[in-house]
Ligand binder design. Structure first.
Ligand code: GAL
Ligand code: CA
Length: 332
């Protein structure tokens, strides 16, 4: 009885020290992805900056350990611990059904990000959202920057056979960005009139170390015959740079190397000439949108939600980066 009175005396608006609290649970697919970690840090910063005198915002970030089952369990724990909104970066974007079911049962809206569930899944409940990009756009832009560079620099064709011998580094199999970036970067180069000769496609799971290993092997196989490296992201492009740094070849014998994301280290590489271009994946904007949506959902408001495509999709725009504008991005 005493306890009950004590507990109740702590609630209600008469006590200014008792703030309303928004709990946001964020679960990424892995621990070791620099792009995702940078975006999650921004998300935390944004949410913290949205705290007000009478509303506290509590953010917990966990990762799914590259295992969908483990991620499902983490989501369940977060729901049990009491969260208001979930931001989920799926391990396997094709199987969100367990998370959707749990969220729906407990009435916790979900903002999926970066790893896009298929449309039918996102339509399963009206409180499911997606914040990400149009993967096709990044592939087209990467192809355009590479084509422009090659047309302006005939020396890229090192053996002067009229064809560009190329290698493609792919992200995770089945990821929407891997599929579209691979497809559209190459298609765009061809449409732009660049004659290509494919040497090898290698999966390296978005990962710098794996890409370095693959590239080291390709260098020993093709020697200085590789003229272009197209990478599905910057981390793998930087893995290729690393492989060339450790190789016997001087930079004038290196291929041109293109990535996607616009991570700081890749922007530095574009500036120093070790990479020729990247495509900016606007993590700041995506993080801000997720923070705004989380708050709005909690407050039952609709300003940002009304601007979503089909009421659920936020599509951030990619931007082309090469040596001519890299300084604008380094200032970010
Ligand atoms: C992509 C990004 C990659 C990787 C991946 C993870 O959008 O370009 O670097 O972070 O998402 O899902
Ligand atoms: Ca050639």
């Amino acid at each position: 009885m005493i306890l009950l009175i004590f507990t109740c005396s702590g609630c209600g608006n008469r006590h200014p020290e008792m703030k309303e609290a928004l709990h946001v649970g964020v679960v990424t697919y892995t621990q070791g992805d620099p792009f995702i970690n940078a975006m999650t840090d921004k998300l935390k910063e944004n949410l913290k900056s949205m705290e007000t005198e009478d509303m506290k915002i509590i953010v917990s970030v966990k990762n799914g350990k590259d295992d969908q089952q483990a991620q499902n369990e983490t989501v369940e724990e977060m729901i049990d611990a009491g969260c208001d909104v979930l931001c989920i970066n799926l391990v396997d974007r094709t199987v969100p059904s367990r998370i959707i079911k749990l969220a729906k049962q407990n009435h916790i809206p979900v903002i999926f990000f970066n790893r896009e569930p298929v449309r039918e899944d996102l339509l399963q409940w009206e409180e499911l959202y997606y914040v990400g990009c149009d993967a096709e756009q990044s592939g087209i832009m990467e192809g355009e920057i590479a084509a422009d560079y090659i047309k302006d620099h005939p020396e890229v064709d090192k053996n002067q056979d009229g064809k560009i011998q190329y290698v493609l580094l792919e992200g995770e199999a089945g990821h929407q960005d891997t599929i579209s970036r691979t497809d559209y970067s190459v298609k765009t180069l061809i449409e732009e009139g660049v004659q290509l000769e494919k040497l090898s496609y290698q999966f390296a799971d978005w990962n710098r170390g794996q890409a370095e290993n693959r590239m080291t092997r390709l260098i020993s196989q093709y020697e200085d015959g590789i003229e272009l490296v197209i990478s599905n992201n910057d981390e793998m492009a930087l893995g290729a740079v690393e492989a060339y740094r450790k190789s016997e070849y001087v930079p004038s014998k290196w291929p041109v190397i293109f990535g996607i994301d616009g991570l700081d280290s890749a922007l530095e590489a574009v500036k120093s000439g070790e990479m020729q271009g990247t495509v900016y994946n606007d993590k700041e904007e995506q993080a801000l949108e997720m923070a705004r949506l989380s708050l709005e959902i909690f407050r039952g408001e609709n300003v940002y939600r009304n601007q979503l495509k089909e009421g659920r999709y936020y599509v951030s725009q990619y931007q082309r980066v090469d040596s001519s504008n890299v300084d604008d991005f380094l200032k970010h």
